[in-house]
Ligand binder design. Structure first.
Ligand SMILES: [Mn+2]
Length: 330
């Protein structure tokens, strides 16, 4: 695990006084758990660390940050004194939204800790990317260990939550022996696994359940039932009082249908954007997402496209049809 890049990351951390740790917009369990564990670890090493994001922490993840250490970025003056930026769970500046430019303007070294295949030419920043890791939390575990940080139950819980979020009930091939060994190490430190499960997966609002029922009833099955599509107009989501966060897991259900190879969720977001989430069983949807400036993993990818719901849907479905026609790779 100790490669040249990791050594470089460790050197950068050691020589930094005020590292800023962040994650992508629309933060998820892996991004936030990684960020919080890393932040706490660097504080333990005596760093004047700062955790800051461009989006507020969704309420279901707030238990990972009981001391409310993650700040919301407001203006470039918040970044005074920052001499290192560490970005967890993405390798793509675009995934930082409006935070990207102010961070780049600091002019300090930038480290991306990630497990997604890189989507852009690396610039002057350091990319520590390990696609064999199922979660960025796993990378953070190894990094903290190498830095000599003693994990406390709160850090262990954050990394545990990060890892199980991205493991999706251990359904992917990234669930290795090493992955389970790391989870075992975290349990040794102390994690209340029932509490983490309840907080991550058993908090559905009535609005979320009713919206899910509505969109499931209207699921579209295309291309001889190989493609399943869910569509969520903003007005429908608002009618049920469901949040954007509430819809994140909907797409996972599509590929549970027998014969479905590609599952797609189209969600109308604020500011004229449409979120497209792609899941697949046996075709790579990463290349498909990349056609629309997105990214992700081979079987779970996504993108945010400017346009109307109808237009974006039409364009993406056209590309899906094409890729199913061309063979097994999108
Ligand atoms: Mn991740």
């Amino acid at each position: 695990m100790l490669g040249v890049v990791m050594e470089r990351v460790i050197d950068l951390i050691k020589s930094s006084k005020r590292p800023l740790i962040t994650t992508h917009h629309y933060p998820d369990g892996d991004g936030l758990g990684s960020q919080i564990a890393l932040y706490s670890g660097l504080k333990q090493l005596g760093k004047n660390a700062i955790a800051m994001n461009v989006d507020a922490i969704p309420s279901k993840f707030s238990f990972l940050d009981p001391a409310q250490t993650i700040q919301l970025f407001r203006s470039p003056s918040d970044l005074k004194g920052v001499d290192l930026v560490i970005v967890a769970d993405t390798g793509d500046w675009r995934m930082l939204g409006s935070f990207a430019e102010p961070l780049q303007k600091i002019g300090c070294p930038v480290v991306f800790l990630d497990h997604h295949p890189p989507v852009q030419e690396p610039g002057r920043e350091v990319h520590w990317v390990d696609v064999s890791c199922q979660a960025t939390g796993e990378l953070v575990f190894y990094l903290l260990k190498a830095l000599g940080v003693r994990l406390d139950p709160q850090m262990a819980t954050a990394i545990y939550a990060a890892m199980i979020t991205d493991a999706s009930a251990f359904r992917f091939r990234g669930t290795t022996e090493g992955f389970h060994k790391t989870l075992g190490e975290l349990l040794k430190v102390k994690v209340d696994v029932e509490d983490v499960y309840q907080r991550l997966y058993a908090q559905d609002s009535v609005g979320k359940v009713r919206l899910f029922g509505h969109v499931l009833r209207e699921v579209e099955l295309l291309e001889k039932q190989q493609v399943a599509v869910l569509t969520i107009p903003a007005a429908l989501r608002e009618k049920y009082g469901a949040t954007i966060e509430d819809t994140h897991s909907f797409v996972e259900h599509l590929t549970l249908m027998k014969g479905v190879r590609v599952g797609i969720l189209f969600r109308e977001d604020p500011a004229g954007l449409v979120k497209v989430s792609l899941r697949s069983v046996d075709v790579s949807v990463l290349a498909l997402a990349e056609q629309f400036d997105g990214g992700g993993h081979p079987f779970a990818a996504g993108t945010l496209v400017r346009g109307t719901l109808e237009d974006v849907k039409c364009d993406v479905l056209q590309a899906v049809r094409q890729c199913l026609k061309d063979g097994s790779n999108c």
